[in-house]
Design a protein around this ligand. Structure first.
Ligand code: HEM
Length: 137
């Protein structure tokens, strides 16, 4: 049986507590019931906020960083919705954030250049003033 393809638009459409999809390893999971407080038996031990924070984006890194057990991966099987339809939309997020990051970096760099330049310019101005004022005596 061919598995359902979930688009990026669909993933985005399910990004609230009432209906929440999570993208892990190019597969989409419906975690709505998993984070529902009324279903205590299967509730996520890491809390619902961490999962909600991963809505509408690739949660693979966050999921793997925690070092989830095999038990966690078994739970995933029950929540499986379909494979994620590969899209550039998720990837385009990367370069744009790194572009803004490099903008921040260069702003910081410029700021620290100014930190050296301003005192040096003042020192230079002071000696220039000393030179000219002693010359006029
Ligand atoms: C559908 C996806 C997920 C499932 C099925 C799942 C399942 C689990 C399970 C069963 C545990 C208990 C420990 C273990 O067996 O590894 C756990 C713990 C934890 N999970 Fe998840 N998890 C999911 C997604 C996430 C995401 C996206 C995050 C984001 C960072 C996250 C963060 C955590 C944290 C921080 C703990 C540790 C809680 C503690 O020990 O106090 N989980 N998860």
């Amino acid at each position: 049986m061919a598995s359902k393809l979930v688009t990026y638009a669909e993933l985005k459409a399910h990004s609230t507590k009432d209906s929440l999809y999570i993208l892990l390893h190019e597969k989409v999971y419906d975690v709505t019931k998993f984070i529902d407080e009324r279903l205590i038996r299967r509730k996520h031990p890491g809390g619902d906020e961490v999962i909600i924070a991963e809505a509408g984006r690739d949660a693979t890194e966050a999921f793997e960083d925690v070092g989830h057990s095999d038990e966690a991966r078994v739970i995933l099987k029950d929540l499986y919705v379909g494979d994620f339809e590969k899209t550039d939309e998720l990837k385009t997020k990367g370069p744009s954030t790194s572009a803004s990051q490099s903008a921040v970096n260069s702003a910081v760099e410029q700021g620290s250049n100014m930190m050296y330049f301003v005192p040096l310019a003042m020192l230079g101005a002071y000696f220039a003033w000393r030179y000219y004022s002693s010359g006029s005596l």
